[in-house]
Design a protein around this ligand. Sequence first.
Ligand SMILES: O=C(O)CCC(=O)C(=O)O
Length: 334
Amino acid sequence: MSRAAERLRLLINHLDRPPAAITPAPTSAQASIYGPPQRLRYTDDTDLLTPDQRLFYEKNGFILIKNLVSDEDIDRFRKEFERVCRREVKIPGMVVMRDVAIAKSEFVPDQKAVSKLQDFQEDPELFRYCSLPEILKYVECFTGPNIMAMHTMLINKPPDAGKKTSRHPMHQDLHYFPFRPADRIVCSWTAMERVDRKNGCLVVLPETHTSTLREHDYPQWEGGVNKMYHGVRDYDPALPRVHLEMEKGDTVFFHPLLIHGSGMNQTKGFRKAISCHYASADCYYIDVKGTMQENIEKEVKEIASRKYNLDDEITFKDTWAFKGRLVQGERTSL
Ligand SMILES: O=C(O)CCC(=O)C(=O)O
């Protein structure tokens, strides 16, 4: 057993112990409650995460790793983003999203600001992010060794024009995914500059990854809401929240059921982050017909059919199978 695994075993044994109190000697039924340590559900032992880090993720549904991606790589991603905005490169399949309210772009004047690039799997420079060994070694702790990059984004949160449209409603990423099991999916999100409450850092509700998928829809926001930005219909606003303030290169890994979102960008700068959702290649597709995910299925199919001129032939599963890319191991299922 590795040193980390041994320490974890000791920690779990410690946590599993009954509270220190004078109790009668356990009966055989009670003794079984305090039997062998529970298997950890959300993380694997790959000798990378320390026992404390594993327990933190198991309990909270996220973990922040400082200084994981180099400045040099981030500067290269930024340059490629600028090239896309200036239309110097055209990437097949990439979706360039524009903010509903901001009518001035960073790199192309007199245009709506690019708020997000989605599906950059055909852009070799941006897709390098998804194959970075320093990211994949963490991803493997959650997905296991066969890893698919399923969903890629570069988020460029624009300065808010006063309508609060730069906010991202609180949501669970699993709402968008027709594959399971959820515990073998993880998101990596890397800050491309300092992110804090002023420019709209990520906000997470710890421990919500242990609950189930909730109903999502467009929030009723007065100033409007960006396309595909669905939010959880009802969650307890009193739940504790953590604002993830991060420096350039810091990376957070989080579970797809963790409720999260991001606040308004109250600065004049565009807040940038790059992100990928990974899934174990051993995951399987599900049919979302008749489930709460039907609304997102309908929207995605409409967009894909329009984009590829395919009428109704394309399925929700097709849209995912088409953009998923193997980044480690074997493409066993997805
Ligand atoms: O970067 C952000 O502001 C939030 C991104 C996010 O949660 C998402 O796109 O699902």
